[in-house]
Write a protein of this length. Structure first.
Length: 234
């Protein structure tokens, strides 16, 4: 009887050692699978992903694209360094080879407290280390809405002007880093318009078609006063 108890005790100890061994093998296998999934390059497929922000980077860490909701939307990036620049929007931001912002697609929209829509969408493309030289814009604000394509003159220089002391001083003097030179779209008047502007951003020539169908070519002086108009009748 004593020999039987000794044998059962030995079997129980062996069984416990076997469980520990099996558990250790399983743990090592799981760790190897996880490490392999991390180190081995490949593609993962998902039916749906819910995130607040996605950053696309080069292998060296340079930021190239950000997709973000409003609460996590980044500031402005200049050579991989973020500058505080609050924007009440969601969307995409594009970055050049140096990690500097080079345009983006941003949008927002809500029903304002006065019961009128307040929304906008902007797709922009920037010059090197500068601001938007081309913009596709749609705005619905407090009963006024317009949409169009704008081409701009943008300040020269390698220092991003919208964040420089020079730009702040020039803006205060009325000299802005961005000067509109061409607008094609539908203005607040709901006219279809092609507007050409001079180097100071002053409209000098407009092609207009009203909602009623009246077509007109208008020449303007530096103060915006029409100097000549051409219609289909004369």
């Amino acid at each position: 009887m004593q020999d039987l108890e000794v044998e059962l005790s030995r079997l129980r100890k062996s069984h416990n050692r076997l469980k520990v061994l099996v558990g250790s093998i399983l743990l090592c296998m799981c760790s190897a699978l996880l490490i392999g999934a991390t180190l081995i390059p490949g593609n993962a497929t998902f039916a749906s992903i819910d995130v607040q922000r996605i950053n696309i980077r080069e292998p060296d860490g340079t930021l190239r694209l950000t997709i973000s909701n409003k609460s996590s939307f980044p500031g402005a990036f200049i050579k991989n360094k973020e500058v505080k620049h609050p924007r009440d929007v969601a969307g995409f931001l594009f970055f050049n080879d140096e990690g500097t912002e080079q345009g983006g697609l941003i949008y927002n929209g809500r029903l304002a407290s006065n019961g009128k829509p307040s929304s906008g969408l902007s797709l922009t493309f920037d010059r090197y280390q500068q601001d938007q030289q081309m913009q596709l814009l749609g705005v619905d604000d407090d009963g006024t809405h317009f949409a169009g394509l704008t081409f701009n003159d943008v300040a020269d220089g390698l220092e991003r002007p919208v964040f420089s002391a020079k730009d702040k001083a020039e803006s205060a003097a009325g000299n802005h880093a961005i000067t509109k030179r061409l607008f094609l779209g539908k203005g607040p008047s709901q006219n279809s318009t092609l507007q050409l502007l001079d180097g100071e951003g002053k409209p000098r020539l407009e092609l207009r078609v009203t909602p009623a169908g009246e077509a007109r070519i208008v020449f303007l002086d530096p103060n915006g006063k029409p100097t000549r108009e051409i219609t289909g009748e004369r």
